[in-house]
Design a protein around this ligand. Structure first.
Ligand SMILES: Cc1ncc(COP(=O)(O)O)c(C=O)c1O
Length: 384
């Protein structure tokens, strides 16, 4: 019986190797023509005004918070409302900048619940950090409306959302800044990289400087500019080493044309799972918002006795995942434990089923059938 893993990225290997070979032969593997080309292609495909290629989304989220804080004069101790159901880099980005993550609860889509967000707004609230979990846009329009009404900035952690639409439109167009991840198992996999997309051109400019340690001219611009003073750059503020490189960009550029078809296949897999699991007692399917065309990074179900189910799936050579543990269960965020009961309850019950492009329809049926059988049969009683 073959193993069925949660995520297995698929690369257009020949195209990627050709593109990487081109950068190696050229002898320019850093920030350069490939990173610039990827930014342009990404903006064109996603309808975005700006995109800056980075070495990770974690760095991008930090940069987003850093720039908004500086540009809007936020002070240490000011607050950003965020979700506990995410990868920790979402919330670490807030802490890096001496701001306070205030956790709001999630809805049935596993995304921030606007009512809970509104209840958490206080005099020091400056922004909302929204995560489109698994590609879901949840109640995004209500979050956008709330932020506009209450004068809050809106950061979109779109690590899972490459290709997601809300009401037929890229949700990034309603955020102040959006950060995508192209980490190894994301919908647009590279090895490790990300993209930061500000709406404001001045913020995009600043992101480019700060992602390159605060240096006002990147090495590539200097190399193609005329004149003898190319080495003479200025450093006006302390930045970070967050920019992306041409090898990762070459992979991203090679993968980008297939993203729409890849996401369509992911949605087809999700439909098959839904069909096979429909009506199964004890298995709840995490819904997709009605106005969302999801990138389908994840297909999540809700079950009882999850740990036991995982052990039994593993015995059947099926290896699901969990996205995510309620962040307030981690030592660093435990001060907020108990503040988000939905997230706490759901984080103990959710399970992400294998979802990637190497699954055929029979694999999907095997996962769904095995899960149904396991959930339908009482858990094995283990001796104490
Ligand atoms: C929701 C979310 N945000 C941020 C990140 C960070 O992405 P990266 O690995 O590109 O830093 C991830 C990665 O898993 C993620 O799932």
């Amino acid at each position: 019986m073959k193993d069925i893993h949660l995520f297995v990225p698929t690369f257009d290997v020949d195209t990627c190797l050709e593109a990487i070979g081109h950068t190696l032969r050229k002898g320019w593997t850093g920030l350069g023509d490939q990173t610039v080309a990827f930014e342009h292609a990404f903006c064109a495909q996603f309808g975005l005004p700006h995109a800056h290629f980075l070495n990770s989304a974690s760095g991008g989220l930090h940069l987003a918070v850093n720039i908004l804080k500086a540009e809007h004069g936020w002070e240490d101790g000011d607050e950003i409302i965020t979700t506990p159901l995410t990868f920790v880099s979402t919330n670490h980005a807030i802490v890096y900048e001496n701001l306070v993550p205030v956790f709001a609860d999630v809805d049935s889509y596993l995304c921030l619940d606007p009512a809970s967000v509104e209840a958490r707004i206080g005099p020091r609230t400056r922004a909302v950090m929204f995560v489109g979990l698994g590609g879901n846009t949840g109640q995004w329009p209500a979050i956008v409306e709330l932020c506009r009404r209450r004068g809050l900035k809106l950061i979109l952690d779109a690590a899972h959302m490459a290709g997601s639409l809300c009401g037929g439109r890229n949700p990034a167009l309603s955020a102040d800044v959006t950060v995508y991840s192209f980490q190894a198992v994301k919908n647009l996999p590279t090895g490790d990289s990300g993209m930061i997309c500000f709406m404001d051109p001045a913020h995009d400019d600043r992101a480019r400087r700060l992602a390159w340690l605060g240096i006002d001219k990147d090495t590539y611009t200097r190399s193609v500019a005329p004149g003898t003073y190319k080495w003479q750059y200025e450093v006006n503020e302390v930045g970070f080493k967050y920019h992306g490189n041409s090898i990762m960009a070459a992979v991203g550029l090679s993968q980008l044309p297939a993203l729409s078809a890849d996401n369509a296949r992911r949605r087809r897999i999700a439909e098959l799972y839904s069909r096979h699991l429909e009506g199964a007692d004890g298995i709840g399917i995490v819904p997709t918002a009605p106005d969302c065309l999801s990138s389908r990074h994840l297909f999540q179900v809700e079950i009882d006795q999850r740990e036991d189910v995982i052990v039994r799936l593993n015995a059947a050579r099926i290896f699901p995942g969990v996205h995510y543990r309620d962040n307030t269960e981690y030592a660093v965020y435990r001060h907020a434990a108990g503040t988000c009961p939905n997230a706490r309850r759901l984080s103990r019950r959710i399970l992400s089923l294998p979802l990637h492009l190497r699954l055929d329809d029979d694999d999907v049926e095997r996962v769904a059938t095995t899960l149904r059988e396991i959930v339908a049969t009482p858990a094995v009683v283990r001796p104490h």
